[in-house]
Design a protein around this ligand. Structure first.
Ligand code: ZN
Length: 143
């Protein structure tokens, strides 16, 4: 068994110039959307590879209404990300927005987020914050 030591070297501290990185609130939210776009890209790529895809045409994503992200923004970032990936290049992100689903301790289940229509209490959000890759369209060699 070989043990390989990976060293980042000791000569520089300039890999991540901290002084130039000071996100404001707007930047922070953009980074959030970039993270989501990257997750979608990584998830779709893995699934495509597992199925032996030669080309990826379309990736469909469900955005929970409470995920607090802009699907347009995520789609834009996604399409920029796949530009550098020969497998994913040219794939298109399509999406749907799904309403939140809530449940109350009285037994109510539905989409009322703030006031339970049966008892007036605050219902619990059980679905609606997720961003999920639901399906995708890929091309495979038929053999
Ligand atoms: Zn209730």
């Amino acid at each position: 068994m070989n043990t390989v030591a990976i060293s980042r070297g000791s000569s520089g501290t300039g890999l991540f110039p901290r002084s130039s990185w000071s996100p404001g609130k707007k930047d922070a939210s953009r980074m959030h959307e970039f993270g989501i776009a990257y997750d979608i890209y990584a998830t779709a790529r893995k699934a495509a590879l597992e199925r032996g895809a030669k080309d990826v045409k379309e990736v469909h994503v469900e955005f929970g209404e409470m995920a607090m992200v802009s699907p347009e923004q995520v789609s834009f970032l996604y399409e920029a990300l796949v530009e550098d990936d020969s497998l994913m290049k040219g794939s298109h992100l399509s999406w749907s927005v799904v309403p939140p689903q809530t449940r109350c301790s009285c037994g109510y289940e539905g989409s009322e987020r703030f006031v339970c229509p049966q008892c007036g209490r605050f219902p619990e959000l059980i679905k609606g914050r997720e961003v999920i890759v639901t399906h995708m369209e890929v091309e495979v060699d038929d053999e």
